[in-house]
Design a protein around this ligand. Structure first.
Ligand code: ADP
Length: 248
């Protein structure tokens, strides 16, 4: 589904955090949001999931989110939060099944179980393990599986790679890329510019609650990164990979 944001403003406790944000994300796009700490990435992502009162408009597949009930939204938008304390004593299977709550009326149906099994298998999650005992990479896959069990059309992820080593970072962004290729709209915030530049279809660069630029990774240059991050960098190309190198 297409996501469109028009003149979005979010005020948290009297502070204007998002200041006139507009952007369009296409169906099946892997869209990255970058910017330094406090630039408003998480707030933007949460606003897309209707966490906050807002000014301005957010359309999901042409419908303004104010007109979408939370029940309905839970079937359209899946959210993978940041730094989730995943210390629960559920098995992976039980935890992922929580993603079916928006669909469950009285009892879990065979269809619910089929969806849960399908996402667990597709993300190679260890179904019978206790979630609390999993590694960081496994927990991140389980969190994504739970969001996918909602069968969303839009997946929002806040720093999905931040606590992972390089192998698991790449594993997660590859999963996200393939989900987008299958038609899911994937919007994720990233700390790691190199991951965003090499895997996302397009990137929004944020600063002080505004979007400085939305562009393809190949159009991200050292000028816009200096403006966004207040640091001199060079964007190099190494064997086909874009690499951001600080000039210090
Ligand atoms: P990012 O994800 O880019 O690090 P955030 O969206 O988390 O940025 O935060 C943007 C700004 O909003 C930060 O300066 C943060 O301190 C502020 N902020 C976040 N939540 C609140 C809140 N509930 N009340 C006031 N300010 C907040």
């Amino acid at each position: 589904m297409k996501v469109e944001v028009k003149s979005l403003k979010v005020d948290l406790d009297g502070v204007l955090i998002l200041k006139d944000v507009s952007l369009k994300v296409n169906k099946g796009e892997f869209f990255g949001i970058v910017g330094k700490n406090g630039s408003g990435k998480t707030t933007l992502l949460r606003a897309l999931a209707k966490f906050y009162p807002k000014e301005g408009l957010i359309y999901i597949d042409g419908k303004e989110i104010g007109e979408i009930s939370l029940d309905e939204l839970a079937k359209i938008v899946g959210v993978v939060p940041q730094e989730f304390e995943l210390n629960v004593n559920f098995t992976v299977e039980q935890f992922v099944a929580l993603g079916r709550i928006p669909y469950i009326r009285i009892f879990e149906s065979k269809m619910d179980r089929d969806v849960v099994n399908r996402v667990i298998e597709s993300l190679k999650c260890p179904k019978k393990r206790i979630v609390r005992t999993l590694s960081g990479g496994e927990k991140q896959r389980v969190l994504i599986a739970k969001a996918l069990a909602q069968e969303p059309k839009v997946l929002l992820l806040d720093e999905p790679t931040s606590h992972l080593d390089i192998k698991h970072q790449i594993e997660i962004v590859r999963i996200l890329k393939s989900l987008a290729k299958m038609g899911l709209t994937v919007i994720a915030t990233f700390h790691d510019l190199n991951l965003a530049l090499n895997f996302c279809d397009r990137i929004a660069i944020m600063k002080d609650g505004r979007i400085l630029k939305v562009c393809k990774p190949e159009e991200v240059d050292s000028d816009v990164l200096k403006e966004a991050f207040d640091v001199e960098v060079e964007v190099a190309n190494l064997n086909g990979w874009k690499v951001v190198i600080p000039k210090v």
